[in-house]
Design a binder for this molecule. Structure first.
Ligand code: GUN
Length: 296
């Protein structure tokens, strides 16, 4: 019997979906159908699967979703023209351009073009700025916002806690630090942000009350990097070759789940931990965007 209690991301996401479905019903009763458009460029297999899952959930909740798939060779100018059209379309409340984009397209330029009030991903500089400043009213990136909800709904306090985040990416690590460091209810954490150039990584990790692994390295966090009783959140989705699997690969997280479960107090399963929460926050953000557009 592993010692750690599992944080059931699937169940918590389901509770959020029920709340979102109720909000969608209110919108529809007033003649507004929330609309979410996905834009995917190229054929990255992980992106295909993520967009498919998000689109399916949107439909289930009564959100009108459309996926626009563009070829890998699409120019930045073509993508900007498409975004201008979606920005101007009153039926589209949320726009999500799936990352990563092909190398010849600037993600910063693309994310800066989606109108901030349709930026349900929370990647526009205005929304990033609001998050950093602790200003209300912006969209927060879905994965860190989902992890925050997981902690809140599992009653794991961040107040004065030492949170160590592995990974400084713009999608998870940096916004996660910004959320938890705020002088605010359910935040007030002491945050250490580790990255590939950090020294003494294991030592920092062992001092964490809450350890969030988001650096994209298969099973990087070992049991001896975890303080007994700590909360460990696994954000990683890594493909590792596995000839025994019919797909030729299997998916593993950023933590050595089995060994870490013997030491941690709480741990997220993977799959079934952070992933469903990312989708739940995206749907909730879309409902928020539609409510704001309808001035509800
Ligand atoms: N790629 C990995 N995670 C995300 C996400 O949350 N949103 C988008 N748009 N792309 C991603």
């Amino acid at each position: 019997m592993p010692k750690a209690q599992l944080i059931d991301g699937k169940a918590i996401a389901q509770a959020i979906h029920q709340e979102t479905a109720a909000r969608v019903s209110v919108l529809k009763s007033r003649g507004i159908v929330p609309g979410l458009t996905f834009v995917r460029v190229g054929e990255d297999p992980a992106s295909q699967s993520y967009v498919r899952m998000k689109g399916k959930k949107a439909q289930e909740l009564g959100i009108k979703s459309e996926t626009i798939v563009l070829p890998e060779k699409t120019s930045e100018a073509e993508l900007l023209v498409l975004l201008a059209k979606l920005n101007a379309d009153a039926g589209v409340h949320g726009i999500l351009v799936q990352a990563p984009l092909p190398k010849h397209i600037s993600e910063t330029r693309i994310f800066s073009t989606v109108l901030p009030n349709k930026d349900v991903d929370g990647f526009h500089p205005v929304n990033v700025g609001k998050l950093l400043l602790g200003e209300p009213g912006g969209f927060k990136p879905c994965t860190p916002a989902g992890i925050h909800e997981l902690l809140i709904r599992s009653k794991i306090s961040t107040e004065g806690a030492h949170v160590v985040i592995l990974g400084r990416g713009n999608i998870v690590g940096k916004p996660m630090a910004a959320i938890l460091v705020q002088k605010a209810k359910n935040a007030n954490a002491t945050v250490t942000l580790l990255h590939s150039r950090s020294r003494d990584i294991a030592e920092h990790c062992r001092r964490a009350d809450i350890l969030i692994a988001a650096m994209g390295q298969a099973e990087f966090v070992k049991a001896d990097m975890v303080k007994p009783g700590a909360t460990v959140i696994d954000v990683g989705v890594n493909r590792v070759n596995d000839t025994a699997d019919p797909r030729g690969y299997r998916l593993v997280g950023d933590i050595d789940f089995k060994a870490v479960s013997e030491v941690a107090g709480h741990v997220t399963p993977n799959p079934g931990g952070v992933g469903p929460m990312t989708i739940a926050m995206l749907m909730a953000n879309t409902a928020t965007a539609a409510e704001a557009a309808a001035e509800l």
